[in-house]
Design a protein around this ligand. Structure first.
Ligand code: ATP
Ligand code: ZN
Length: 311
C-alpha cells in the first residue's frame, strides 16, 4: 500500500469478503452487479474500487465478524450462521447489525445421526437415547448454536471440530453431528440421516450497530442503494406479450401488480396490442400457462439487471 493510499484509507469504506469458499463467488457477483469493479492490489489481500471509495479485503469467513466488530473493517459479507454462532447468548450482538439479507449461499444447519429415522425429530431421538441410558455426543463447528438449541435436554455433550464434522460418528468421536447441509448428499454418503433443521442461513451484509463512521455514511448509503437495486431486480421479471386489447384488464388476475401495464399498438393490426410489464416475482411455467389461457401470445420473460423502483 502506498503512502497516499494509507492516508486515504480513513475516508474509504473497508468491506470484508471471503477470500475463497462458498461465499466468494456470490459476494464478487454482487459487487460486480453493483457496478463495483475491483482493482486487485499487488498483495491480493486488498482491492480498491475506483467508482466508489471502497476497499475490499479478502479474508477467511471466520474473521469477518470480528473485523467488523473491532472496526478493522466497516462492513462485511458473511453467512448468517457464522454471525449467529458468534453472538448467541453473549449479548454482544449490540455492537453489530445485519443491514441486508443477500439471498445467496443459502444452507441449513442440521442435526444428523446414524440411528435417526427419516423425519424423526430431535425430541424423539433424545428420548430414545435417554431410555437406553445413553447420552448424546454431538460433533459440530457451531458449539454455541448447538448448546443453545439443546439446552432443554440433559446428557448432551458437545464436541467442537473445525472441519470434517461428518466423519465424527464413524471415527467414534461422536454419536451425532450438527453441520451445514445444502442437499444432504454428503451426510448420506457418510451414513448419516439428516434430521431437524436448527437454523436456516444465507449471506448477510453486516456493519457496526448504528451504522458506519461519520465520514462514510454517504458511501454506505450509495452501496446499500445499489445492493437494493440488485436484490430488487433479482426477484423481478420484465414481461412482453401480445394479446387482445379487450382482455388486458384480466392480466392482474394472473400477475400481481399488473394493474397499469404499458400497452402499445401494433402497426397494421386491429384489436391486438403489445403489453409490457414488470412482474414482482419469479415467473414460473404456471404463470406462462395462465397467460396463454388469457389468450396471450409471443410471451417473452426477461431478467432485469438493475432497478430503481419507487413504489
Ligand atoms: P474459510 O476458509 O473462509 O474459513 P470455510 O471452509 O469456513 O472457509 P465455506 O465452506 O466456504 O467456509 O462456507 C462459507 C459459508 O458458506 C458457510 O458459513 C455458509 O454460510 C455458506 N454455505 C452455503 N452452503 C453451504 C454448504 N452446503 N456447506 C457449507 N457452507 C455453506
Ligand atoms: Zn471458515
Amino acid at each position: 500500500m502506498s503512502e497516499e493510499e494509507k492516508r486515504e484509507g480513513g475516508d474509504r469504506l473497508k468491506l470484508a469478503i471471503q477470500k475463497s469458499g462458498r461465499l466468494s463467488e456470490g459476494s464478487l457477483d454482487l459487487l460486480e452487479r453493483c457496478g463495483l469493479r475491483l482493482r486487485r492490489g499487488r498483495e491480493q489481500l486488498l482491492a480498491r474500487i475506483d467508482s466508489l471509495p471502497i476497499d475490499v479485503l479478502f479474508v477467511r469467513d471466520d474473521d469477518i465478524v470480528e473485523f467488523v466488530e473491532q472496526g478493522v473493517c466497516d462492513a462485511g459479507i458473511v453467512g448468517e450462521n457464522v454471525y449467529k454462532e458468534r453472538y448467541l447468548g453473549e449479548g454482544e450482538g449490540e455492537s453489530l447489525e445485519v443491514v441486508r439479507y443477500l439471498g445467496f449461499a443459502r444452507c441449513r444447519l442440521c442435526f444428523a445421526a446414524r440411528d435417526i429415522e427419516e423425519g424423526e425429530g430431535v425430541y424423539s431421538y433424545m428420548k430414545k437415547r435417554e431410555q437406553e441410558g445413553l447420552g448424546v455426543r454431538i460433533a459440530t463447528s457451531y458449539p454455541r448454536t448447538v448448546r443453545s438449541y439443546f439446552s432443554d435436554y440433559g446428557g448432551v455433550e458437545v464436541v467442537t471440530m473445525s472441519g470434517a464434522v461428518e466423519l465424527a460418528p464413524r471415527l467414534g468421536i461422536a454419536d451425532a453431528v450438527v453441520d451445514l447441509v445444502s442437499t444432504g448428499a454428503s451426510m448420506n454418503a457418510h451414513g448419516l440421516e439428516v434430521g431437524e433443521t436448527l437454523l436456516r442461513s444465507e449471506a448477510v451484509l453486516l456493519s457496526g450497530k448504528g451504522g458506519v463512521r461519520e465520514g462514510l455514511v454517504g458511501v454506505m448509503e450509495k452501496l446499500l442503494c445499489r445492493v437494493d437495486g440488485v436484490l430488487h431486480a433479482r426477484g423481478n421479471k420484465y414481461i412482453m406479450l401480445h394479446m387482445e386489447e379487450s382482455r388486458v384488464g384480466l392480466l392482474s388476475d394472473v400477475i400481481p401488480g399488473a394493474e397499469s401495464p404499458t400497452v402499445l399498438s401494433l402497426s397494421g393490426v386491429e384489436g391486438i396490442v403489445a403489453v409490457h410489464l414488470v412482474c414482482h416475482e419469479d415467473v414460473f411455467w404456471e404463470t406462462m400457462e395462465a397467460l396463454r389461457g388469457l389468450g396471450a401470445r409471443k410471451i417473452l420473460v426477461l431478467p432485469i439487471e438493475k432497478m430503481m423502483w419507487e413504489v
